[in-house]
Design a protein around this ligand. Sequence first.
Ligand code: TRP
Ligand code: ZN
Length: 885
Amino acid sequence: MRSETPVAVQLKDYQAPDYFIERTVLDFDLYDDHSTVTAELTVLRNSDKGSDLPPLVLDGQELELLSVSIDGQELPSSAYQVSDNHLTLQPQTKRFVLRTQVRIHPESNTALEGLYRSGKMFCTQCEAEGFRKITYYLDRPDVMSAFTTTVRADKQRFPVLLSNGNPVAQGEEGARHWATWEDPFKKPAYLFALVAGDLWCVEDSFTTMSQREVALRIYVEPENLGKVQHAMDSLKKSMKWDEEVYGREYDLDIFMIVAVSDFNMGAMENKGLNIFNSSCVLASPETATDAAHQRVEAVVAHEYFHNWSGNRVTCRDWFQLSLKEGFTVFRDAEFSADMNSRTVKRIEDVVFLRTNQFAEDAGPMAHPIRPDSYIEISNFYTLTVYEKGSEVVRMLRTLLGADGFRKGSDLYFERHDGQAVTCDDFIKAMEDANGADLSQFKRWYSQAGTPRLAVSSYYDKASAEYTLTFQQSCPATPGQSEKLPFVIPVQMALLSADGEHLPLQLKGEDSAQGCERVLAVSEAEQSFTFVGIEAEPLPSLLRSFSAPVKMSVEYSREQLLALMQHDSDGFNRWEAAQQLQLAILNGLIAAVQAGKTLKSDPQLAEVFAGLLADSSLDQAMLAEMLSLPSEALLAELAEVADVEAIHQAREFLRKALAQALYAPMWQRYQALRAQSREQAYAADAEQIARRSLQGKLLAYLMLTEKTEVKAACVEQFEQAHNMTERLNALACLVNSSFAAEKAQALAQFAEHFKDDALVMDQWFSVQAGSVCPGTLNQVKALMQHPAFSFKNPNKIRALIGGFCAQNPIHFHAADGEGYRFLADQVIALNALNPQIASRLLTPLTRWRKYAPARQAQMRAELERIRASGGLSKDVFEVVSKSLAD
Ligand code: TRP
Ligand code: ZN
C-alpha cells in the first residue's frame, strides 16, 4: 500500500539496461514462518552503453535484506542504499558476482505474486513483476540469465521440489532435503518458477520430430490424480500440433505442469515448469463441464505454445506484451479449431470479443494492443492485449496467406531465438519473409478503439458492374482523439439469387480469381468494382470475421435469410441469424421503452422451426444459431444500455420462441437426452455438440413451466452421468420458479460435491447468475458458506464476479445495492489481493454506458473506493482512469 500518487511508465522512455545478469544461482530455504533466499548474480556492464560504471539499481519489494557481498567481500551498510523498491550500489568493476541474502514471508503472501503458499504447498508467480518480491534483481524481461536453483524444505511435508530446467542434484540433511535444477536456456526472471509440496504426478512421454524423448509430468495433490488424463492428452496433442503447423520442437528433456488451487489467472508458462490454476488442469466427466474440458485443452496448449512464442523469443519490455500473448492466443485458437469444430470455435471467440473486448475498447481503460503507458502492468493483461492482439495476428495471416504467414513466423523464430524483442521485430520478420510493406497495418498496434466499417453497394445492370464502397472510422479513445485509417482485410464472396458463389473479377483484372477473396480496405473511403456480374448479387462480407471491426451493412430480412441458407462460410451463416435476432430484439427493446405491449414476431419462430427440422444441419451449429445475443452484448451494442428493457425484451422473445416451438423442441430434447443416457461420456466434438444443443433446448423448454419439462429437468439433474448435463439442469432449476425442486437440487449438489472445490465454484456461480429475485442477498449469504473463501481467486470470481459481471439485471438493480456491494468487496480485497480487486472492478468502469441515474450511483461508488485510502497501484489506476473526464 502506498501513500504518494503512482506515476505512469512510458514506452517512449525505454532504455536498454545498464547491466546484464549472465548467471543466476538461487538457493531457497523454505520454512513455515519465513523463507530465506540467497542469490548469486554474475553482473556484467552493458558495454553498448559505455565503459563508465553507473550505479546498479536492483528491484526488490517486501524483502528483508540480511547481507550483501561483492566478489566474496561483505559490504558494510554504508556501501548500499535500500528503499521500498530498490537496492542501489556502486560497482567497481564491469563484471562481478553480487551475493544477497533476504528473508521473505510466503506464508502471509495473499497477493499470490512472488513466492506464496497455496494450501500446503509453496509455489511462485513471477509475471510480470513478481520476481522482485523473491530477491533483489533486474526484474525486466530484457535481462536474460541462465538459472541454477536449489530448493530446501522438510522432507516429509515437501517430498517434491521443482524448478525450471533439468534436475541435476539432490540430497538429504536430517529431516530436510534439497534438489538442484539447472535451466540451460537464458530467460527473464518473469519465467522463473519454484514448487515444493506433497504432490503426485501422472507421467507420460513424447517423442519429438527429431526423435528426442521428453518426459511429461503433471503434478497434482493426490486426491486429484484421477482428473489429469485430459490435460495430458491435450499436452501431447499440442506438442504434435506445434511441430506440424509451426515446425516448433520442444527443447528440454522434461516438461512439467503443476496444478495449484490459489492462482490469480489461468496459468503461467514458466520455462519447463508451467504452473496452472487447478481449474485449467483438472477435468473428469463427473466434475467438469464440456466447456471446462475445452478450456483445459486450450490453456494447456496456450502455455505450451509459449515455449516458443514467449520463452525462446520473449518481450523486450511489457509494452510488447501482445507480442507473446496475442500471437499465442492466435496459436491456441487455431489449435482448438483444428481439434474441434472450427466454425463453432470462431463463433464463440467472436461473441466473446464483441461482448467483452469491444466494451473495453469503448471504456475508460481503452488502450492499443501495444499500450504506450501504464501505471500497473498487471492491469494490462487485458482482452485487448490478448483477444484483439490475436485478431491482429489473424489479420496478418489473412493478408499474407497461410504460406506467407508461416514463412514470416519461421523467420521470426530463427532471427530472434534467445532474444527479447518488440512487436516491430515481429512485423519486420513478416515483411522481410514476404516482401510486404506493413507500415500502415502497424496502426493496429498503436491506435485503440473498435473501427466502424459502413458498407454500401451499387449495381449497374447495363455494364454488369457491382461496386462495394467501404467507409471506415474509429471513435476517439482516451488520449487519442484522431485516428488514421487502418488496413482492414475484408474476406468476401458474392452470391447469386439461387445461392451460387460468383467468380470474382475486379475491374482492371484479366480474369476472375476464385469465388472468395480478401479486399484490403486501407482508405477512409474506398470502392471495389466487380465486373461480369449479370444480376444484382448478395454480398457475404467479413467472412470468418476477418477483422475486429463493427461492420454495418443494410440487409433486408430476405437477404439475411438467404445468407443463412446459402452462404458457404459457416461463420457468416450464423452471423446472418444473429443479425436477424438483433433486429427483432432491438424492435422489442424499443417497444418496452415506449411502454407498448410486446408482440411476438412470427418470422424468427419460423426460421427456428426450419433449422430444427433440417436434419443436415450440424448440431453444434444449430445450438449456436438458436442462441440469442446475450444481455451483455445487447448492452454493448446500445447507445445507452437500458438494462431492464433489454432483459424484458429478451426474456419475452425467449418465452415466445419456447411456446411457439414447444413440440419440435420437446421432441428433439427427449431424443438427445435418450442418446446421452446410452453413451459413455467423451469430450469429443460430436458429443459436445449434442449436449450443447440439448442444453439450449432444455433452457427454452423450462420457460414454459410445463410439468413434464420440470420432471425431465429433475431427471436430467439427478441421473446425468456427466457435469455438463447436470449443471445445465441445475441452472434451469435455479432460474425457474419451482422453489422446492430448486432448493432440493442445490442442497443435493452441495452435499454430493462439498469436498470438490472446483465443483463448488460452479455451484456458487450458478446461484450468482440467477435471474430470480433476492439473488444479491443469496450471494451475500453464500459468502458465509464454509466452501467460500475470500482468499481464493476462483471463489471470488465464481460468486462475486458471477454476480457483478454475469448478472446484469441484478447488478444494475435500481436501488444501487449491486454497485455498493461491489465497491465493498473491492475495498476489502484491495489490501489482500490487488490484482483480483482491480479485475473485479471492471463492471463499474462502464458507467458511461448507462442512463444518468445509474451513472451517478456508479460514479459515487468509484469515488467511495478512491476515498477509501491505501489503494494499491492496481486499483488506483482503474479507479482514477474511470473517473477521469
Ligand atoms: N502469461 C500468462 C499467460 O498468458 C498469464 C499471466 C500473466 C499470469 N500474469 C499473470 C498468470 C499473473 C497468473 C498470474 O498464459
Ligand atoms: Zn499467455
